[in-house]
Design a protein around this ligand. Structure first.
Ligand SMILES: Nc1ncnc2c1ncn2[C@@H]1O[C@H](COP(=O)(O)OP(=O)(O)OP(=O)(O)O)[C@@H](O)[C@H]1O
Ligand SMILES: [Mg+2]
Length: 317
């Protein structure tokens, strides 16, 4: 069946919907003893192209604009709806799954179906393709909202954890000059933080800082360990590398300062913006280095509700 077979992802949604969820309840009906002239006025006034014919709340037929046109093209002066309607029309039950209703639309090509209560068999609504579309859009909207709420809850993951200390650690090993892997640790960290439902702006800042730091280690050092501690109020990145170290840390923090050798510049690095970028993204940074031993960088980003940007202060922890 066309609709549901094509749109696999909406199927699940569709299976949760019943006719009663999307049908229109305040049905305009006409009586079999009304005239076709009256029908003409009713269809025009309500801008509809067909309507159920009911005796009380008993469905007795369907009458459409096609029936009206046929009548107007005949030489009859007047006629009763009861004589021109389709008697015993196809109908749906309000508790039917919407998918089945859609199948019925596909199979018959009717534009609308009257809906009956499955027990009393009384007319309780009407279903059109337009109402199906509207109902599905509403269901999708709701599904999106639920997804947003789910993500929000995930970002409060720590509130649901019962423990004295609530921390998650992610550790990545870095290898100097390994340009196949360069940047991968930051990418993986980013993916994990998304899964944890961390706020996108926080992830973005951390990813920039982490990428710049990872590249520096890969370019300038022998090896390193990059560790992320994710706690309820903050995320701390700590990168310890073994390598030549930085002789003048304050200088290295200056925008535009680079000690990058020629081969590094040839690779497109060496603008001297890496560390300044890290400082911009961080709430706190601490950069320590010992020449001939290595460099330790720690970057702190506050994630709590009152997360306060103090990025460019770049002060110690
Ligand atoms: N982990 C490290 N070990 C040794 N030296 C480093 C390390 N990180 C940075 N440096 C030194 O500090 C300088 C400044 O680093 P920064 O990341 O700000 O700029 P860059 O790497 O030269 O250029 P860019 O990051 O803009 O490509 C580097 O050129 C390098 O000399
Ligand atoms: Mg750099």
């Amino acid at each position: 069946m066309a609709l549901t077979a094509k749109f696999v992802k909406t199927q699940e949604l569709l299976f949760e919907l019943r006719v009663a969820d999307v049908m229109r309840r305040d049905v305009i009906t006409v009586r079999p003893d009304q005239t076709m002239t009256e029908l003409r006025r009713i269809l025009r006034d309500h801008r509809i192209s067909g309507t159920p014919v009911a005796a009380g709340d008993e469905l007795v037929g369907m009458i459409t604009i096609a029936d009206l046109i046929a009548f107007l093209n005949s030489d009859e002066e007047e006629a009763l709806i009861g004589d021109k309607m389709t008697a015993n029309p196809d109908s749906l039950f309000s508790d039917q799954l919407l998918v089945h209703a859609i199948q019925q639309f596909d199979a018959t090509r009717f534009g609308r179906f009257p809906v009956l209560d499955p027990r009393s068999r009384k007319l309780v609504g009407i279903l059109t393709k337009g109402l199906i579309i509207e109902g599905m859009l509403r269901a999708m909207e709701q599904a999106f909202q639920e997804e947003e709420i789910r993500q929000y809850r995930a970002s409060h993951i720590f509130e649901d954890m019962v423990a004295e200390y609530k921390e998650i650690y992610l550790t990545y090993e870095l290898v100097g000059r390994d340009f196949d892997r360069a940047g991968k640790a930051s990418t993986q960290m980013k993916r994990n933080l998304k899964r944890l439902g961390i706020r996108p702006d926080i992830i973005h800042r951390l990813a920039v800082a982490s990428y710049e730091a990872e590249m520096n280690t890969v370019l300038y050092a022998e090896s390193g360990v990059m560790e992320f501690r994710i706690a309820p109020e903050e995320i701390v990145m700590r990168l310890r590398d073994r390598g030549p170290g930085i002789a003048d840390v304050e200088k290295a923090k200056q925008p535009g300062y680079s000690g990058a050798p020629e081969w590094v510049r040839e690779m497109g690095f060496g603008a001297g913006m890496g560390i300044p970028n890290i400082i911009k993204c961080a709430d706190r940074i601490d950069l320590q280095s010992t020449v001939g031993v290595g460099t330790t960088l720690s970057v702190r980003i506050f994630t709590g509700a009152g997360a306060n940007r103090a990025g460019d202060e770049g002060g110690g922890t």
